[in-house]
Write a protein that binds this ligand. Structure first.
Ligand code: UGB
Length: 598
């Protein structure tokens, strides 16, 4: 009480709130005024931040925590009364007429889009020391995820704006949600690389705050073990992105500027932009308020299942059921085998890849009611079956894909299932965990993430008429993978299937040992027979026709042991490196017409 005299009127209000919410333990060890007063004020600065960054403030956080902790203790099933079933959505097949139509519609619509990358996670499962968006998505060119994402958005912007012939918005904005763990390193990466070609004003960083940890079932806030004048905090989850877009005013700004779509995506999916044009086309054509991207899911794969939940009272919704909840839900509702594959070799529930496309108008309308608060959950690790004490402090969490949970039944919520090889190859698991993934399930590792890029590009070129050799099998970091020719291109070379098809003609072939990197918009492959490495760099305006027979020793793949600390971490987590033995490499630095026919 004596310490109250140190505080501003606002801080006194916060102190009263904490006392009313049964949090007096936070002050128990405070010495007399005059001792460590700056630390006490700093404590209230932290409380003010925690209060301001949570919709409804700390009192509301504590109240919700008590309710959720009571439910958790009682073992209440969050899906009580609901029966799961397999929902129906739009299933697309790469390169068929339907897919091409949706891609065209999506590209037209893209200039009215805004992208939101959630990149606040530290990636504990991957155990990589840097930020995940700085990791190379493939080691042929070494392009990092953030560069690839930005170049994909710029390619979409360029094509979409050309189609619109000057009408409507001309820039596609990108918001990146960061956290204390990732913010400064993300900003650094952007600044050191001139924002990878995007205007700095096009990119907005929104930092999510952590939330207070809870010590017991009464939601007593945890004192930081390293500083008795701080509340311990932990991440609140990717669901924060909604309240940040709302409270920052960004969403309102986007609506005011004529934007129609917000596309959310995650930090390490190097395939995603191959699926973006078509899925945006689905949203626009079907008028979906919410469209989730999905891929066929292997049972027990660590991706959520898109599920139709029908309540006893008749209500129903199509929503993600998180991977750790799908099995218990199925077992409790008449599926004794739980999360298993069906005759297709996949789980009958499409796998959520957490790529959401929301229509801005209805989204902002909904957030005006909720402030962006998302239904939360708590996952305490109890000391024993009495569930009275925790092993370590816990906190409330929320997920961005739970946004539709508060929507009225009239909302148009759909999903789009893509070919698994086309749309999803995340880098989430460290080599040791990846090697333990059940046989046949995707590894979700740096190794599989990179190999998936080569596979997808090989399959796309095959569809465009190129003869591409079959892959060979290899084992890296204990993971069996298919190694396809290392085929990579800049997003502006082949944004859609039609783009790729328009750049390939005659009889082209690529052997299994080959590498090809196409770094330019107007590179045309005509009767090219490649058996080796071919690297072409061309500035915008340089039109290069490449053909004939290119043969050299090429670039080989050499195994690296992930435990070999003499090798850079981003290399050894994939278990191999590329050895550049011999290549044909050409750079066209001036606009003009060129022909390369060795
Ligand atoms: N992230 C944040 O920005 N802030 C946070 O506080 C936490 C994460 P994970 P997760 O598609 O692969 C999700 O950890 O949460 C960012 C879906 O819930 O990689 O285990 C983080 O930087 C699941 O349904 O994934 O699983 C990253 O970009 C399934 O769809 C993103 O949030 C799965 O992703 C995801 O974080 C998937």
């Amino acid at each position: 009480r004596k310490n109250l005299t140190l505080l501003s009127p606002q801080q006194v209000e916060l102190a009263k709130m904490l006392l009313e919410m049964n949090q007096s333990h936070l002050f128990q060890h405070w010495p007399e005024p005059g001792v460590e007063d700056d630390e006490k004020r700093a404590f209230f600065d932290q409380v003010a931040r925690l209060n301001a960054s949570y919709p409804g403030g700390l009192a509301s956080y504590i109240k919700t925590a008590r309710e959720l902790l009571a439910d958790s203790k009682a073992g209440t099933n969050p899906y009580e009364g609901f029966t799961p079933s397999v929902p129906s959505g739009e299933t697309l097949t790469f390169a068929d007429d339907n897919f091409i139509r949706f891609e065209e519609a999506g590209v037209r619509e893209a200039r009215k889009a805004a992208f939101v990358l959630v990149a606040g996670g530290l990636g504990e499962r991957l155990g990589y020391n840097g930020i995940k968006v700085a990791l190379p998505l493939e080691s042929t060119t070494g392009t990092c995820f953030l560069q690839h994402y930005i170049e994909s958005i710029l390619a979409l912007q360029d094509t979409s704006c050309k189609l619109a012939q000057g009408e409507g918005p001309t820039e596609i904005p990108l918001a990146i949600m960061t956290s204390d763990d990732t913010h400064s390193r993300t900003l650094d990466l952007l600044e050191k690389n001139a924002y990878f070609g995007m205007k700095p004003s096009q990119v907005k960083l929104l930092k999510q705050e952590k939330v207070a940890c809870l010590d017991d079932n009464d939601a007593r806030l945890a004192v930081d073990p390293n500083n008795k004048y701080r509340i311990q905090t932990k991440p609140h989850g990717h669901g924060d992105v909604h309240s940040l877009l709302y409270s920052s005013g960004l969403l309102k700004e986007w609506l005011g500027a004529g934007r129609k779509w917000v596309l959310f995506f995650q930090d390490t999916n190097g395939l995603l932009f191959k699926a973006i044009p078509a899925s945006l086309g689905v949203s626009a054509t079907k008028g979906y308020h919410v469209n989730s991207l999905a891929v066929p899911r292997k049972a027990k794969e660590a991706i959520g299942g898109i599920t139709k939940l029908t309540h006893k009272d008749g209500r129903s919704m199509v929503i993600n059921v998180e991977y750790n909840q799908l099995d218990p839900l199925l077992r409790a509702t008449g599926y004794p085998d739980g999360d298993v594959n069906c005759e297709t070799g996949y789980s009958p529930f499409p796998g959520n890849i957490n790529q959401l496309i929301l229509e801005v108008g209805p989204y902002l309308e909904e957030l005006s009611k909720t402030g962006g608060a998302i239904k939360e959950f708590v996952n305490p690790k109890y000391k024993d079956s009495t569930k009275t004490a925790f092993k370590s402090s816990t906190r409330l969490e929320c997920m961005m894909q739970d946004y539709p949970k508060t929507l009225p039944p009239s909302a148009r919520v759909g999903f789009t299932v893509m070919d698994p090889w086309l749309a999803y190859a995340p880098v989430k698991n460290n080599p040791e965990d990846a090697a333990k993934v059940p046989k046949g399930n995707p590894y979700h590792s740096a190794t599989s993430g990179e190999m998936a890029i080569y596979r997808a590009n090989s399959l796309i070129l095959r569809k465009a008429g190129v003869k591409v050799d079959d892959p060979v099998q290899a084992v890296f970091n204990g993971q069996e993978v298919d190694v396809w020719p290392r085929i990579v291109w800049k997003p502006k070379w082949g944004l859609t299937f039609s783009d790729v098809r328009s750049k390939v003609s005659g009889k082209c072939s690529i052997t299994g040992k080959s590498t090809i990197a196409l770094k330019g918009q107007s590179i045309y492959l005509e009767d090219l027979a490649l058996d080796g490495a071919l690297i072409i760099d061309a500035v915008d305006g340089a039109e290069v026709k490449v053909g004939g027979s290119v043969q050299n020793a090429g670039w080989t793949i050499e195994s690296v042991d992930f435990k070999d600390t003499s090798v850079a971490e981003e290399v050894r987590i994939r278990g191999f490196k590329i050895k550049k033995v011999e290549q044909l490499e050409k750079a066209y630095k001036e606009p003009g017409k060129y022909s390369l026919k060795p």
